[in-house]
Structure formats: structure tokens, C-alpha cells
Design a protein around this ligand. Structure first.
Ligand SMILES: NC(=O)c1ccc[n+]([C@@H]2O[C@H](COP(=O)([O-])OP(=O)(O)OC[C@H]3O[C@@H](n4cnc5c(N)ncnc54)[C@H](OP(=O)(O)O)[C@@H]3O)[C@@H](O)[C@H]2O)c1
Length: 285
């Protein structure tokens, strides 16, 4: 298969590229200097030149505070970008794989969300990512939308500069005590595991549609930090932050755990426990 990866030099994109090559596919890396997803002429020109069988879109505006301050640009990238890719993939009869987010939910369910649960985003980022999902579902003929959560990988996140694991390890070198919130529950997910799952989805001819693709299990940010320090054998005083200790600039879901129900239904769920992913990550870095 000829597979084009948009955002190929990103945190998730790089791991996807690696796994695609290992699985003997032809890889076309499309970075931001070559393609601008919010520009239909550009998307059309580049993809029609490449003619991929599959387009994987990891590109997004996903710095939550920047999205809140610039909703128009956020909608252009996360919404219109997905619309443009859907239309051009249809023209080429290509399959579109699009990365979405747990932030489409408001967190009030307090137990794992499945794919048919009603989204209700709390912020501009979540709203515009959801608009991207809706464009794809209403336009694209062959698509997979994959909602991921709390991702970290070997390659730096281009939008945020670092990931939570590396940030904790850095702070542990600089401080005597670290304080982390205990009231937001998520599933940290290693990007390599998402990349393996994407290859599996392609190889198994999975049904088109929307999928949750996160590691198994869940934790609070505090529990995540505790596990990071335990596995890396880092000596540091770790405490729970007091409620309201950190200023909240943008509303975020307090609970955003996703259940990989549709992957399980098709017997193709290979996502490991979040602690397994973390241990492998720490052994590699
Ligand atoms: N990070 C998380 O915890 C998290 C959680 C849930 C979902 N997600 C989703 O996961 C996906 C990948 O995240 P990531 O951490 O791998 O991101 P990343 O490291 O910031 O990479 C994003 C890539 O997309 C490119 N890009 C951005 N806007 C673009 C545009 N308009 N046109 C073309 N390329 C563009 C960036 O290029 P430049 O840097 O050169 O602009 C970069 O190569 C995103 O869809 C995000 O919404 C992330």
C-alpha cells in the first residue's frame, strides 16, 4: 500500500511512519512545509500528485489554550482541514485515517465512553475536532476516525514541545517536591501502541467508521506521575495538588477515559495496559 502521513514529523506521525515501513508499505511523508490541510487547493495538488491508497492525518491545532484564543484558525485546521481531506480522498478513492480526541466528551459520564456516546465538548479544541469528525462522517466514503487520549512518544510533540512523562522527569531534577492534580482521570497512551493498532486496522480490513484507540485502564495525572517515578526509580517527593492550586484557563473534561469497544467487537484490539506502554517508553528513552 502507498500510505501518505500528514504531520509525519510530529510526535505520533513519526511513530506511524516507522511502523508503516516495518509493515512493508510505501511511505510518503507530508510535513507542514509541503501540505497545508486548511487549504483545499494545496491538499488537492499534493494528494493528486502522490495518489496514495491511504492518507493518515495526524495534523491538528491542538494546543488547547491557543485554540481557545483563536477559534477561527482552530476551526480551519481541525474542521475545514478534515473536510478538505475527505473531499480529495473521495476524488482519489483513497482511505482517510484521521486522528481525533477524547476531548470531544465533557466527562460527566464518569465511566468509560464508548463510540456511540454523545459528545459534548467543553472547549474550542474539542468543538473543532468534533466538527472535523462530522465533516468526515458526512463526506468521506472510506474512513477511520481514531480517538486517542493523553499521548506521549519518543519524538517531541511539535505543538507542546514536551510530553507529561518527560516533563515530570525534568521537574524531578529541578525541584525537591512535585505537586500534581488528582482530579482529572485519563488513559495515558504510548504513541507506538497507536501506530501498531493502525497497522492492524489496515491489515485486518476493519470496518470503516469511528473507533476509540487508547491504552487499557485509567489513572489520574497524580497516579500517572507516581508510576513514572516508580518505574524510572526516581526519588522525589510527590504530593497531590490542592483543589484550585493551579489556575484553570480553559475548561477540560475531568474524566475522559475511552473504551475501545468497536475494536473489541471486531476482535482487533491490541492496545496494552497503560502501565505496559509507560514501562516500554521509559526503557527506550
Ligand atoms: N497530545 C495529546 O495528548 C493528544 C491527545 C488526544 C488527541 N491528540 C491528537 O493527536 C494528533 C497528533 O498529535 P501530536 O502530539 O503528534 O502532534 P504534533 O507533534 O504537534 O504534530 C502535529 C503535526 O501536524 C503538523 N500540522 C499542524 N497543523 C497543520 C496543518 N494545518 N497542515 C499540515 N500540517 C499541520 C505539524 O507541523 P508543524 O509543527 O510544522 O506546524 C506537526 O508535524 C492530533 O490530531 C491531536 O489532536 C493529541
Amino acid at each position: 500500500m502507498k500510505i501518505a502521513v500528514i504531520g509525519a514529523n510530529g510526535q505520533l506521525g513519526k511513530d506511524i511512519c516507522e511502523k508503516i515501513v516495518i509493515a512493508n508499505n510505501e511511505l510518503i511523508e507530508l510535513n507542514h512545509d509541503r501540505i497545508e490541510t486548511s487549504n483545499i487547493e494545496c491538499v488537492s495538488y499534493v494528494l493528486k500528485e502522490v495518489k496514495p491508497d491511504v492518507v493518515i492525518n495526524t495534523a491538528a491545532m491542538h494546543n488547547v489554550e491557543k485554540c481557545e484564543n483563536d477559534p477561527e484558525r482552530s476551526f480551519k485546521v481541525n474542521g475545514i482541514g478534515a473536510r478538505n481531506l475527505s473531499n480529495i480522498c473521495n476524488d482519489l478513492n483513497s482511505t482517510l485515517i484521521h486522528i481525533s480526541t477524547d476531548y470531544v466528551f465533557d466527562g460527566s459520564k464518569n465511566k468509560p465512553y464508548i463510540e456511540i456516546d454523545k459528545p459534548l465538548p467543553l472547549n474550542v479544541y474539542g468543538n473543532t475536532k468534533l466538527s472535523g469528525e462530522y465533516f468526515i462522517e458526512s463526506i468521506a466514503k472510506k474512513y477511520f476516525i481514531l480517538r486517542v487520549s493523553g499521548i506521549y512518544g519518543k519524538n517531541p510533540c511539535r505543538a507542546k514541545g514536551t510530553n507529561f512523562v518527560d516533563l515530570m522527569l525534568k521537574l524531578a531534577k529541578e525541584r525537591d517536591e512535585i505537586r500534581v492534580v488528582d482530579n482529572e482521570i485519563l488513559t495515558p497512551t504510548f504513541t507506538e501502541d497507536i501506530a501498531d493498532q493502525i497497522v492492524k486496522i489496515l491489515n485486518m480490513d476493519a470496518e470503516y467508521g469511528l473507533y476509540h484507540v487508547t491504552a487499557e485502564g485509567s489513572c489520574s495525572w497524580f497516579e500517572f506521575a507516581r508510576e513514572i517515578f516508580s518505574v524510572s526509580k526516581t526519588n522525589i517527593v510527590l504530593n497531590r495538588a490542592a483543589p484550585g492550586e493551579f489556575a484553570i484557563k480553559v475548561n477540560r473534561p475531568k474524566y475522559s477515559v475511552l473504551e475501545n469497544k468497536f475494536l473489541n467487537d471486531q476482535n482487533i484490539n491490541i492496545m496494552p495496559l497503560w502501565k505496559d506502554g509507560l514501562t516500554r517508553y521509559l526503557n527506550k528513552t
